[in-house]
Design a protein. Structure first.
Length: 288
């Protein structure tokens, strides 16, 4: 379908949900796009303890079978602070970044971030402690809404639609080059991803505090040390498990009839079967 230059079709979710905007949600929010490690150290020293929205970006591979590119951008966001750390353009890794990622005083929150944490160690030898997977947390605190396998991912946009009434704009920016100096669109995209993760965590934590008994943090919290996953206190190996989670009824089984999976209650070839039946009837009606 072709459209005129001024006629832009919005995705379905954007027609029913307004777009999330970090500076609308928090007008006093301090935003920083950082390429200098010394400035990064200074700004990271002001990051308050507590939950921090966490995300990564790297340049996508445009050639088939090309090795995955290294982490280019690390996003951190609190209620009134968004930090975009353009690691690819820094001379060295800020020591304060190591302290924040490795420190249990900051809770790094995001969606399906186990892989991100492993990638940080693979690419930059960074450890990430005290992380929360928002998808697992949502299934733990709102099990009545979310059914299916516990580890089935729930996207950040869907969590926003459910718990905040907004959504995220993806489009071409998601697959753009994150190694070059970031455009305004890239900066806004990256800021929204991290800040919205913080917003979702706050909402889910409010729900968790009303539950009796409260969900155990180990059901959705972990640390990544040396590229391996441990519980949030780094005591033992961790896999995402919630013993109280109800996945709901299993899906109905698929019919496995004869004739290449066709329902056995139906004829494989209606025309042929009808012809055979007619011949049989004619034979039975003949006089001996």
């Amino acid at each position: 379908m072709s459209t005129s230059k001024n006629a832009i079709t919005k995705p379905k979710d954007q027609e029913t949900h307004p777009l999330y905007s970090w500076n609308t949600i928090s007008p006093s929010c301090r935003f920083s796009y950082i390429t200098d490690p010394e400035i990064a150290n200074w700004l990271l020293s002001t990051l308050p303890h507590g939950p921090v929205g966490f995300d990564l970006e790297w340049k996508p591979c445009y050639v088939k079978d090309q090795p995955e590119n290294r982490v280019a951008l690390i996003q951190l966001a609190a209620a009134d602070c968004v930090l975009l750390l353009h690691i690819h353009r820094m001379r060295y890794i800020p020591y304060k970044l190591r302290e924040v990622l490795n420190g249990s005083q900051w809770i790094k929150v995001g969606v399906n971030i186990q892989y991100d944490c492993k990638k940080l160690h693979k690419d930059l030898k960074l450890h990430v402690r005290n992380c929360v997977d928002l998808s697992l947390m949502a299934r733990s605190v709102d099990n009545a809404r979310w059914k299916g396998r516990y580890t089935n991912p729930i996207g950040l946009a869907r969590l926003l639609q459910t718990y905040h009434g907004t959504t995220l704009s993806k489009g071409k920016v998601q697959r753009s080059n994150w190694e070059i100096s970031l455009s305004f669109a890239q900066q806004n995209y990256a800021a929204n991803d991290a800040h919205s993760a913080y917003t979702i965590y706050v909402r889910l934590q409010e729900m968790a505090q009303t539950m009796i008994p409260s969900p155990h943090p180990d059901w959705y919290s972990f640390s990544c040390v040396g590229g391996d996953l441990y519980d949030r206190l780094s005591r033992f190996a961790w896999t995402p498990t919630n013993p109280n989670y109800d996945p709901g009824p299993p899906p109905p089984p698929k019919d496995k009839g004869l004739n290449n999976g066709q329902d056995s209650s139906e004829p494989a070839n209606p025309v042929l079967t009808s012809a055979v039946a007619a011949a049989s009837l004619a034979e039975s009606s003949m006089t001996p």
